[in-house]
Design a protein around this ligand. Structure first.
Ligand code: 7TS
Length: 412
């Protein structure tokens, strides 16, 4: 941080009051929610927007002359502009509403079916969530293209010298996450993108895990596609966005056919709507889109620098305490890392620890986190993953550490 960039201290007590769910108990204990990488919690400001929508102007959009339909359409399109501004897309029609990250990736992978051929190569990283692996494998099956993998090292970082060696004139696409969901590694996407562009390949960045922590500037990154889910960033489930550079979105064919995505339909020939509607067949998640916009407003009212700074404090604090527990091994020790800690203790199965923590009101994730290749690399079935957001506290971490120590004694 430069001397001129001072972080505003985060008032966590005030922030926690925005999240009604944080007041509930689980198994007779106050909820400690450390499963934020799976889904984040929703502030009252976003809940109010959802209640207001269904209480006052629930309607189908883009097709009604009546007042409710107009109001819903306006709010939905206003939210698209908020998303455009947040990610700094050049054009609002470069923002496609999706049902989430998985949908966005599948949309792009499907579109590339008509652009790839045998002999082409696509590159994935060893750190991906299954949703940024499987659609590309399916694409390769359809087209005959070859999938190559950027390997990882023991710290959970990508081996970039190997990436350099994989790139060549046959490389058409690179898809990589901004932040690994299983390990918290922040990948150097700027340089990954630059190197891909140098050989003429396009890049898709999976921003599912970065969107709650980092505000990306898609133009500065010069990324071709960027996808994320609203539910990771204090918004509702079932909605997300795909950013695509205009030139790419024009090149890709529509993903699904139906209402909304057409210009004219006859049995002889159908013509498609322009961007963004070409990729938005059917009635969308209207309320979800509006609430996504409200979630971005909420996050920006706190500020991403403030969020990242506070979450880093939580990461450092929790890591130090975890490292003192005998037999505990942290997976993912990258230099650039966000507030995700994956670990195991001795030979205890992660599921057993997760179950005992749940009895004490603490929600963590256990398992392979939909990132089996990472688990295979470490030769483990899974990990316990604690992931923090800006509404978590050091006191919660203290309670978690005490509970974890108790669980380890019970299971040893
Ligand atoms: N990519 C990454 C990096 C993710 O972390 C996830 C979800 C997805 C894609 C898929 O997002 P979706 O909203 O379409 O489901 N990650 C997790 C997780 O770590 N635990 O539960 C879901």
């Amino acid at each position: 941080m430069s001397a001129t960039q001072k972080h505003i201290a985060l008032n966590v007590d005030a922030i926690r009051k925005d999240f009604p769910i944080l007041n509930r108990e689980v198994n007779g204990k106050p909820l400690i929610y450390f499963d934020n990488a799976a889904t984040s919690q929703t502030p009252q400001q976003v809940i109010d927007v959802i209640v207001d929508y269904y209480s006052n102007y629930n309607a189908n959009i883009h097709r009604g002359v009546h007042a409710l339909s107009q109001e819903a359409t306006d709010a939905y399109e206003q939210a698209r502009i908020k998303i455009q501004k947040h990610f700094n897309a050049k054009h609002v029609h470069e923002i496609i509403y999706t049902s989430g990250t998985t949908h966005g990736i599948n949309l792009v992978a499907n579109g590339f079916s008509s652009l790839l051929k045998k002999g082409d190569e696509v590159i994935v990283s060893a750190l991906e969530h299954h949703s940024n692996i499987v659609p590309w494998q399916m694409l390769c099956e359809r087209t005959g293209a070859t999938l190559k993998v950027i390997p990882m090292n023991a710290n959970g970082e990508l081996v970039l010298s190997e990436y350099d060696a994989l790139l060549n004139k046959n490389t058409k696409l690179v898809f990589v996450n901004h932040i690994s969901n299983a390990l918290g590694t922040i990948n150097p996407i700027k340089s990954i993108i630059e190197k891909a562009h140098a050989v003429g390949a396009a890049v898709l960045v999976d921003g599912a895990q970065s969107c709650p922590h980092i505000r990306p500037d898609v133009q500065a990154l010069d990324v071709d596609f960027y996808v994320c889910s609203a539910h990771k960033i204090c918004g509702p489930t079932g909605v997300g966005m795909l950013y695509g550079k205009e030139e790419w979105l024009k090149k890709l064919p529509p993903y699904q056919g139906g209402g909304e995505m057409i210009a004219e339909v006859s049995f002889e020939k159908t013509t498609y709507a322009g961007l963004p509607h070409k990729f938005e067949a059917g009635t969308p998640n209207v309320c979800g889109g509006i609430a996504f916009g409200a979630a971005l407003d909420y996050m920006n009212s706190i500020g991403f620098d403030t969020i990242a700074n506070y979450e880093n404090e939580l990461l450092v604090y929790a890591t130090k305490q975890l490292e003192q527990i005998e037999g505990l091994k942290i997976y993912g020790t990258a230099k650039e890392k966000t507030s995700v800690i994956s670990f195991n203790v001795g030979n205890i199965h992660p599921y057993d620890i997760g179950t005992i923590l749940d009895k004490m009101g603490i929600a963590v994730r256990t398992g392979h986190h939909c990132a089996q290749p990472i688990m295979d690399y470490y030769k483990i079935p899974g990990t316990i993953r604690a992931s923090f957001m800006f509404y978590n506290t050091k006191e919660e971490i203290d309670t978690f550490i005490t509970a974890l120590k108790k669980a380890v004694i019970m299971l040893s």
